[in-house]
Design a binder for this molecule. Structure first.
Ligand code: AMP
Length: 116
């Protein structure tokens, strides 16, 4: 069984966080160390440590990360100006929390996609 991270405690509301969306399969909350005016993490409630562990049975819940991202982008009023969705995987991408998550970033021009 996949190992729990701090995100499981957020899903179960055992530690404080600003949850902006939650249903039976997906939770979204504001990043504690925001890198942009809008910085929300959208996660499956099921623990999937990294993209490497994704299986075909996850396709529906992972598709839902995108529909929730689109809904939240609209609510945050960043849909027209634009935003960035990021999923980091393992060390070279700088993944810190091993519970797959999509970053929704926006509210300012975000600059080049990658630092050099
Ligand atoms: P990553 O580097 O893709 O694994 O991103 C992990 C993100 O989780 C970082 O942007 C952290 O700021 C964020 N984070 C870690 N702990 C918390 C927390 N308790 N509440 C909200 N965001 C968190």
């Amino acid at each position: 069984m996949a190992k729990e991270t701090i995100f499981s405690k957020i899903i179960r509301k055992e530690i404080p966080s600003e949850i902006v969306y939650q249903d039976e399969t997906v939770t979204a909350f504001r990043d504690i160390n925001a890198q942009a005016p809008t910085h929300i993490l959208i996660i499956p409630n099921k623990i999937i440590p990294t993209v490497n562990e994704v299986t075909p049975e996850d396709e529906v819940v992972l598709g839902k990360l995108f529909t929730v991202a689109a809904k939240l982008a609209k609510e945050e009023n960043i849909d027209k100006d634009g935003y960035r969705l990021i999923i980091n995987c393992n060390g070279h991408a700088g993944q810190e929390v091993f519970h797959l998550h999509m970053h929704l970033l926006g509210g300012r021009a975000l600059g080049p996609m990658l630092s050099r």
